[in-house]
Design a protein around this ligand. Structure first.
Ligand code: ADP
Ligand code: ASP
Ligand code: MG
Length: 406
């Protein structure tokens, strides 16, 4: 007997037929003798609709009420899946985040889980009942409903798996595993049998939305065995594992992209001590995350152009904040550009191999793609390019690193 968490994403519960299919799969697992705790997302498109409604009524919304609205999609599917299971003769009940409770901080809209009490769920599972938990939801330290950020049901599933000491956490989605690049864009992408937590964390943080980054971090810290697989067939998916479990390391294991970037450039900044500290200090104080940074000395040698990236929703706020500092910092003007994409190559094998960056730069140059910003870490290289080149850049890099499926 195993204790398993099964998480079903939006497309897997998109309508009643799919919900019945999900119930059928859960029933099979139960009949095989396993205990199952289920975590569900909202029906495909439901959360987008809820977000759009809050924005339409109130562009500068109260994040606590935003959470009340957007968390509701998961309540619907939790109840429906429990009903579908009962219709199949399976003992099941739904659980909302606050009922578990999934305790979080009070950062509404992007709350972090602080504690999960799994005892009652363990007891119920022991009594033969299926627990169907609404993903994405938490109970804030302010006593109100929180949500975990877009894609947060993955994190709910891993947190529950850790709390009930599950043997496995299966993430059922609309692709049959983790690929070397987004299979919807790169037709030649290959499915990976295994990927390390570390690489998956980079992959997710750099834009591969197949898993929410925080879910990978939690799985890594709590040793949760995570599998990404298709809700439409029974083929084995991709296992996320410790580095020792992967026998052969490719130098580059995959390529991710994120279109959620915005580039901010300060033109002709006087070259003096303390400019970066003042600028980035102000951004940090208002919770704006800066990602890539480059600074170039201009022709006269006295001023520099300073470029950095923030996430697209932060662009307007950043431009306003920087503009307010124009007099203090003495730069000429500031410009924003949202038509950019960040492309990243990822691989733990990079630690011991030279020449990975050169391959990237040459492949992009051959396609005539100009690199605007570069950043690197031990196991990844990211470049910022114009967003019109997204597909071309992904496909040509995929070939350049020999990742194409035969
Ligand atoms: P769910 O609704 O089940 O949570 P998501 O849409 O959040 O599903 O995540 C699955 C999607 O992630 C896929 O449809 C795919 O387009 C995208 N994706 C991006 N990068 C990858 C990758 N490297 N491997 C697999 N899927 C990826
Ligand atoms: N329904 C939420 C979203 O669309 C959470 C999730 O699907 O993981 O972001
Ligand atoms: Mg998702």
């Amino acid at each position: 007997m195993a204790r398993i968490v099964q998480k079903f994403g939006g497309t897997s519960v998109a309508n009643l037929d799919r919900i019945r299919a999900v119930a059928g799969r859960i029933k099979e697992t139960i009949e095989a003798g396993d205990q199952v705790a289920v975590v569900v997302s909202a029906m495909a498109g439901a959360t987008d609709q809820l977000v759009a409604w809050t924005r339409e009524l109130s562009p500068i919304h109260d994040a606590r009420e935003y959470d009340v609205v957007v968390s509701s999609g998961e309540q619907v599917t939790a109840g429906l899946v429990a009903l579908a299971l009962q219709a199949e003769g399976v003992d099941a009940r739904s659980w909302l985040g606050w009922q578990i409770p999934i305790e979080t901080d009070d950062a509404h809209g992007r709350a972090r889980i602080s504690a999960v009490d799994g005892d009652e769920i363990v007891r119920r599972l022991g009594g033969g009942q299926v627990a169907v938990m609404a993903g994405f939801q938490g109970l804030g330290s302010d006593g109100r409903v929180t949500t975990l950020g877009r894609g947060g049901s993955d994190t709910s599933a891993v947190a529950l798996a850790a709390a009930i000491r599950a043997d496995r956490c299966d993430i059922f989605t609309d692709v049959n595993g983790i690929y070397t690049s987004d299979p919807r864009i790169v037709a030649k992408a290959r499915k990976l049998d295994k990927i390390t937590y570390e690489e998956m964390l980079e992959f997710a943080s750099l834009g591969a939305k197949v898993l929410q980054p925080r879910s990978v971090e939690l799985a890594m810290n709590h040793g949760v065995r995570l599998q990404v697989r298709s809700s439409f067939d029974d083929a084995p998916g991709t296992l996320v594992v410790d580095e020792e479990e992967v026998v052969e390391h490719a130098v580059v294991s995959g390529i991710a992209h994120s279109g959620n970037e915005a580039k901010i450039t300060l033109i002709r900044v006087p070259d003096r001590v303390g400019v970066a500290a003042s600028l980035f200090g102000s951004l940090a104080a208002t919770n704006i995350n800066v990602d890539m940074i480059v600074q170039n000395v201009s022709e006269d040698g006295n001023t520099t152009d300073l470029t950095f990236t923030v996430s697209q929703p932060d662009m307007e706020r950043t431009l306003r904040l920087v503009e307010d500092k124009r007099e203090e910092l003495g730069f000429e003007r500031v410009v924003g550009d949202a038509d950019v994409v960040k492309i990243s190559v990822i691989g733990v094998g990079m630690r011991s191999h030279a020449g990975v960056a050169t391959t990237m730069f040459s492949a992009l140059a051959e396609c005539g793609i100009n690199i605007q910003v570069i950043s690197t870490s031990e196991i990844k290289i990211s470049v910022l390019v114009a967003s019109t080149y997204t597909e071309l850049a992904l496909r040509s890099l995929h070939s350049a690193y020999g990742l194409d499926a035969k």
